[in-house]
Design a binder for this molecule. Structure first.
Ligand code: FES
Length: 171
């Protein structure tokens, strides 16, 4: 189990309950069904809400601990909702040698979160990856799907600011 801080429990909307019921029924006789159900839940919500895991444990009889074992074993699954804007720092060898660790710590300081976390206002999610295949652009950061190359620590404030401005002008 990792140290992810889970969001508080909330009541599941009736549609979500129904969706989980259908999902359990659809996969009930199939092998590997727990994973398939969890995939469906994550595809729908962007993460696997704790309420959904509790309901799933109740419906399937699979112990909650087993469900969390699966959720934490596969990195694909997310236990907390993602931020609206995703910032991914490449931590592959080329980027690391060109200072990606400094970029990451600058982002962590400015956003006041650690890698893998989302800001409280859910605006930013910060992650790292191992090589995005643009080593010539090292150190590289991906901001909402757009790769930014040769990033300097001093560029970080501007990257964050640009997103804030975008958000304000969209309001
Ligand atoms: S190591 Fe960063 S793009 Fe390859």
């Amino acid at each position: 189990m990792n140290n992810t801080v889970l969001p508080p429990l909330r009541d599941l909307e009736p549609e979500v309950q129904q969706e989980i019921d259908e999902c359990v029924e659809r996969w009930s006789d199939q092998e590997g069904n727990l994973i398939m159900i969890l995939h469906e839940i994550q595809n729908h919500h962007g993460y696997v809400p704790r309420e959904a895991s509790l309901l799933l444990a109740e419906k399937t009889g699979v112990p909650l601990a087993r469900i969390y074992e699966v959720l934490t074993f596969y990195h694909y699954f997310r236990l907390v909702p993602q931020g609206k804007h995703q910032i991914t720092v490449c931590n592959g060898t080329a980027c690391y040698l060109k200072g990606s660790a400094r970029l990451l710590s600058e982002l962590e300081n400015r956003l006041e979160i650690k890698e893998g976390e989302t800001t409280d206002d859910r605006l930013f999610h910060l992650e790292t990856v191992r090589c995005i295949g643009c080593c010539g652009m090292a150190p590289a950061v991906v901001v909402d799907g757009t790769t930014v190359g040769k990033v300097a620590t001093t560029d970080i404030a501007g990257i964050i600011e640009k997103i804030h401005i975008q958000e304000e002008t969209n309001e």
